[in-house]
Ligand binder design. Structure first.
Ligand code: SF4
Length: 329
């Protein structure tokens, strides 16, 4: 469609076969996530190229250091699929900046060696699992040589969108002395076909704890039944729902935006319907890079109402109850 040419000239397009097979229409839950849309050329108030302030917190190229005990390491800015709502869409998919060079990787590792407070490295990007097995193996083994590192976390969409890449060779490449956690990005139960679930089972069979992160997206997963189906499927497949992200203000993503009040309403419904292990935390990355915080809904209200230490609490179905905080008297 010619009207989409300026969109794909501006933001990279990529839909792997596993996802192409599962898209039935451009406006279904998968089509909306991955098929370009002319509305991506619109600019809404508040949308910016770097919504979570990566640049401000990048001491060397490829590293983002926002919290004292952990860093993001971006070994590549390439992905197997290009989400139309990506929070790093200004940089992700740029072939000129595809993979962190050897020299820059070495500089990032040197920075890590010099910062003993950092215990955890989060490989993100882009998607770290687009790297070749050999490159990943070398990166993991170099990270394991940093004596104060304890935890390696991978943020990836690959097991869902390109499950054929979850091979025994990849398992070997990821094995190290570090406690390795894998966080799967998935937004809708239709993404979780047999191949994706088999890939998740392989990863957990290798001993990696699995978490998920999802983005709340209008027209994709902004209905309670969709979120319930997604989180139940994940838990049944040994994946703990971790974050439900409020959409970041990346450019051209306004048609995906769900009001914060609607997000809180949905999360409130989940509280009454899903087991505790199926509940993600609804979070906002504060624009500008000020960190990620839970955004409710709130269950404890107003502070003292009838004297010191008396609060009101909302139960999982919306009823209000007084609670006397005896310790506060
Ligand atoms: S997989 Fe992640 S980094 Fe890649 S396009 Fe989607 S949201 Fe962006």
């Amino acid at each position: 469609m010619p009207e989409l040419s300026p969109v794909v000239a501006r933001f990279r397009l990529g839909i792997p076969p596993e996802i192409r097979r599962r898209i039935r229409r451009a406006d279904d839950a998968l089509g909306r996530q991955f098929v370009p849309d002319v509305r991506e050329l619109d600019r809404a108030p508040g949308e910016v190229p770097d919504p979570i302030g990566d640049q401000r917190f990048s001491p060397v190229e490829g590293l983002v250091h926002r919290y004292p005990d952990r860093v993001l390491l971006l070994p590549t800015l390439l992905c197997h699929v290009y989400c139309r709502f990506c929070f790093r869409r200004e940089t992700v998919g740029d072939p000129g900046r595809g993979v962190l060079t050897e020299a820059r990787t070495t500089a990032a590792l040197q920075w890590l060696h010099q910062h003993p407070a950092v215990r955890e490295v989060i490989l993100t990007g882009g998607d770290p699992l687009v790297l070749s097995v050999a490159r990943l193996a070398r990166l993991v083994s170099r990270l394991a040589e940093v004596p104060h590192l304890r935890i390696l976390r991978l943020h990836t969409r690959v097991p869902i969108v390109a499950p054929e890449r979850i091979t025994p060779e990849l398992g070997e490449a990821l094995r190290s002395r570090l406690a390795t956690w894998v966080v799967l990005h998935t937004n809708h139960p239709d993404e979780l076909g047999p191949a994706a679930l088999a890939a998740a089972a392989t990863l957990s069979g290798w001993g990696f704890p699995l978490l998920s992160q999802s983005v709340l997206l209008a027209g994709v997963n902004d209905q309670a039944e969709t979120l319930i189906a997604l989180f139940r499927t994940l838990v049944e497949n040994r994946v703990k729902p971790y974050y439900l992200h409020h959409l970041d203000r990346a450019e051209g993503t306004d048609h995906f935006r769900v009001p914060l009040s609607r997000g809180q309403e949905l999360v409130g419904v989940l509280r009454g319907r899903l087991s505790g292990i199926a509940q993600p935390t609804y979070v906002l990355d504060i624009p500008g890079g000020y960190g990620k915080v839970p955004i409710g809904p709130n269950y404890l209200h107003g502070g003292p109402t009838e004297g010191p230490g008396v609060y009101q609490v909302t139960d999982p179905w919306g009823g209000l109850h007084d609670y006397a905080d005896l310790e506060g008297r």
